[in-house]
Design a protein around this ligand. Structure first.
Ligand SMILES: Nc1ncnc2c1ncn2[C@@H]1O[C@H](COP(=O)(O)OP(=O)(O)OP(=O)(O)O)[C@@H](O)[C@H]1O
Length: 513
């Protein structure tokens, strides 16, 4: 009996002490209610304190960004599946802006713009997060673009060179090889200590799978992060994808690394932003795009730069891709992007049809800062090559009419045809610097001019293979020396002469080989 009594006493004493020590904690949560949901956006009332671009949480762990902040109601861009959301559901403030996990753990991974894995590699565990919208580097923190970013494509490296920290637009109609140029450039960074980020925006899943497979097969995933939104994802995800990818890239740049980022493509990005803006009833402007469409792209591309040495000397090179319609380069989005970037590579459907691949239209392409970063060996040949090619393009149209042409004109046309043939390149096969220089010097020394056009491909391939025999010291001078010495030029031209000899046919001047 006594034992039972003491048991009850103890139990009551414990309850009393727990009750006395209990101090209720009050947590304040600002909660609003959904007033309507439609394709990719929601309207929410009852969150008067919410800030612009603040992240809000919906039931089912779906997040959204407060886009339109009005007095009574906010317009929210949804970042996930919204099929289960209904009018009257609770919405909570989070007090933070959208951020993404960054770090070397992402290398080799395929993730969505929220950092969630889309491959079979298990969860991504990053130790640091960065906001997706960050201010770009100040002018005083930037250094000049003075190191080339080799694409491995002869036509680009010789005529439209790209420097580390540059923004070079790739534009052209659909199916003209835009993505291929970007992927070839990523493949060429193998062993060059450049981190690559490929951001696919609103693309078909099969297209993205093809790109990832190409990167995997060519061992490029080891230094690449792939950020993906597919065509059927919420438009909000497509809108934030390039910003999230840029934050992932900036992490590496701030560690002093050289980084390459590809946005494939910003036409889809602009379209998803237009969709969101129209749904949020923002006033439409030209081609129904909202007034700030220029700003969304310029604030993205301004983040690409070359940082000064004191800040680590890292760089972020951007290759944004844009799709044109019916070769209209002067449409709204292409002209915006052309004016933001430091040059463009224009891909022509007519060259693509002729089988001139990559279908780069040299006359409509330009690199505004890359020339200063180009290796001296390229600079020694680029001038002659560009001139020869430009003359050829002008004269080629006359040749089509079957006009009788004089000998120098015929010679220029034949020379130009050989330049074009030598600049052709199959996809996924970047060419090394020494092999490129050997072919380009062979072209400027007119060694290809006496080779029949149908044998140019074989001759060019033979010379590319023979370039591996050049001494490593000579090859490293191509990438380091301030100028191409006469001795080096003669060594390469002699090699080219020897290799191309078997392909030559002796012709009378003025007749076509
Ligand atoms: N240099 C090349 N050599 C051979 N084939 C090529 C080359 N470049 C591109 N192609 C082929 O051309 C087709 C279109 O290429 P790609 O997908 O890169 O074009 P795109 O302009 O990015 O297309 P989209 O408009 O669908 O984005 C592909 O089938 C590709 O294999």
């Amino acid at each position: 009996m006594n034992t039972l009594q003491s048991f009850y006493d103890n139990a009551f004493a414990k309850i009393a002490s727990t009750r006395d020590s209990f101090t209720p904690e009050i947590t304040l949560r600002e909660v609003g209610l959904i007033t309507s949901v439609s394709t990719g956006i929601a309207r929410v009332s009852g969150l008067p304190g919410v800030g612009a671009d603040e992240l809000v949480r919906f039931p089912g762990n779906v997040y959204g960004i407060a886009f339109n902040v009005d007095e009574t109601e906010i317009g929210v861009v949804l970042l996930g599946d919204y099929a289960h959301l209904h009018t009257g559901d609770e919405v909570q403030r989070t007090g933070r802006v959208m951020d993404v996990g960054v770090g070397s753990q992402l290398l080799g991974r395929v993730v969505d713009p929220l950092g969630r894995p889309l491959d079979e590699g298990g969860p991504v565990t990053t130790r640091q997060r960065l906001p997706i919208e960050r201010p770009s580097a100040a002018i005083m923190d930037r250094a000049p673009v003075n190191v080339p970013l080799q694409t491995g494509l002869k036509v680009v490296d010789a005529m439209i060179p790209i420097g580390r920290g540059q923004r070079e637009l790739i534009l052209g109609d659909r199916q003209t090889g835009k993505t291929t140029i970007a992927i070839d450039t990523i493949l060429n960074q193998r062993g060059k200590d450049v981190v690559c980020v490929y951001c696919a925006i609103g693309q078909r899943a099969s297209g993205v799978a093809k790109v990832v497979a190409a990167l995997r097969e060519n061992h490029a995933m080891e230094y690449t992060v792939v950020v993906v939104t597919e065509g059927n994802d919420a438009p909000g995800l497509a809108y934030i994808a390039p910003y999230a990818a840029t934050s992932i890239a900036e992490y590496f740049m701030e560690q002093g690394r050289d980084v390459l980022i590809v946005y494939d493509d910003l036409t889809q990005h602009a379209r998803s932003y237009r969709e969101l803006s129209l749904l949020l009833r923002r006033p439409p402007g030209r081609e129904a795009f909202p007034g700030d469409i220029f700003y969304i792209h310029s604030r993205l591309l301004e983040r690409s730069t070359h940082l000064r040495e004191e800040l680590g000397g890292g760089s972020l090179t951007a290759l944004p891709i844009i799709e044109t319609e019916a070769q209209n380069m002067s449409a709204y989005i292409p002209t915006n992007l052309i004016s933001i970037t430091d040059g463009q590579i224009y891909l022509s459907p007519s060259l693509f049809e002729l089988g001139v691949l990559p279908a780069v239209d040299v006359g409509k392409s330009v690199s505004r800062v890359g020339g200063k970063a180009q290796h001296a060996a390229y600079r020694a040949v680029a001038g002659d090559l560009k001139l020869g090619y430009a003359q050829f393009e002008e004269l080629e149209s006359f040749a089509r009419f079957g006009a009788r042409l004089d000998t120098p004109t015929l010679k220029s046309i034949e020379h130009g045809r050989r330049i074009r043939a030598c600049l052709k390149q199959p996809e996924l096969s970047p060419v090394s610097v020494p092999a490129q220089i050997a072919v380009l010097l062979g072209l400027t020394a007119e060694l290809f001019d006496t080779i029949p056009l149908d044998k140019i491909e074989l001759a060019e391939r033979a010379l590319t293979e023979a370039a591996t025999e050049l001494s490593p010291k000579l090859c490293s001078r191509f990438e380091t020396a301030n100028s191409l010495s006469d001795d080096d030029r003669n060594t390469v031209v002699e090699l080219a002469r020897k290799v191309l000899e078997p392909f030559q046919v002796q012709t009378q001047p003025g007749t076509q080989p």
